[in-house]
Design a protein around this ligand. Structure first.
Ligand code: AR6
Length: 178
């Protein structure tokens, strides 16, 4: 099931909150800044440990990795790195990979409910219409592939503009839902 809400992802009571991070995993602005601010220092401590271990060179674009959610009302944060929008190169497959890999990491944790922001549509400048299409299609396909334990994906859109674009795209795809 896919749900769309307008709001702040740091307030979501779900098993997993997906973070639109950067490859350093060490924080930034936008959703990333909000998650680290509201979640507290425990998240950054785990991110630093990841960088000291398997992710010495950082997290590649399109990949995903989990940490605690600290003080957020969620159990885990799954950090993923969206592609920066390019006028000259089609990076859609990387944006799709973010969604697919985040869901696989969430499923490996045993998560049933996952909240996504509109990855890459802020500082990374991906046009909302295109991002909504890729995000909704990829999540729909991943959930219907069967091997995924996730039962609910909630897109948490910041502001009415983003919500309206996702709503329109979901309606065009016949997704219904709330
Ligand atoms: N809840 C939900 N959505 C939000 C929130 C929030 N609290 N805050 C912002 N958004 P962005 P990106 C929306 O810039 O484009 C960071 O510095 C925002 O309106 O957070 O993937 C990272 O460290 C937009 O629609 O992520 C990276 O360096 C969407 O979330 C870089 O930004 C994504 O915007 C990643 O850029």
């Amino acid at each position: 099931m896919i749900e769309l809400v307008e709001g702040d992802i740091t307030e979501q009571q779900v098993d997993v909150v997906v973070n639109a991070a950067n490859s350093s995993l060490l924080g930034g602005g936008g959703v990333d800044g909000a998650i680290h601010r509201r979640g507290g220092p425990e998240i950054l401590t785990e991110c630093r440990a990841l960088r000291a271990g398997h992710y010495g060179k950082g997290l590649k674009t399109g990949e995903a990795v989990a940490t605690t959610a600290g003080r957020l009302p969620a159990r885990w944060v799954v950090h993923t790195v969206g592609p920066v929008w390019s006028d000259s190169e089609d990076r859609s497959a990387l944006l799709a990979a973010c969604h697919r890999n985040s869901l696989h990491v969430a499923a490996d944790l045993g998560a049933h409910t996952v909240a996504f922001p509109a990855i890459s549509t802020g500082i990374y400048r991906w046009p909302l219409e295109s991002a909504a299409e890729i995000a909704l299609e990829t999540v729909t396909n991943t959930l219907s592939a069967g091997s995924c334990s996730v039962a609910l994906v909630r897109f948490v859109l910041f502001g009415t503009d983003a919500y309206d674009v996702f709503r329109e795209q979901a309606d065009a795809m016949g997704l219904g839902g709330s």
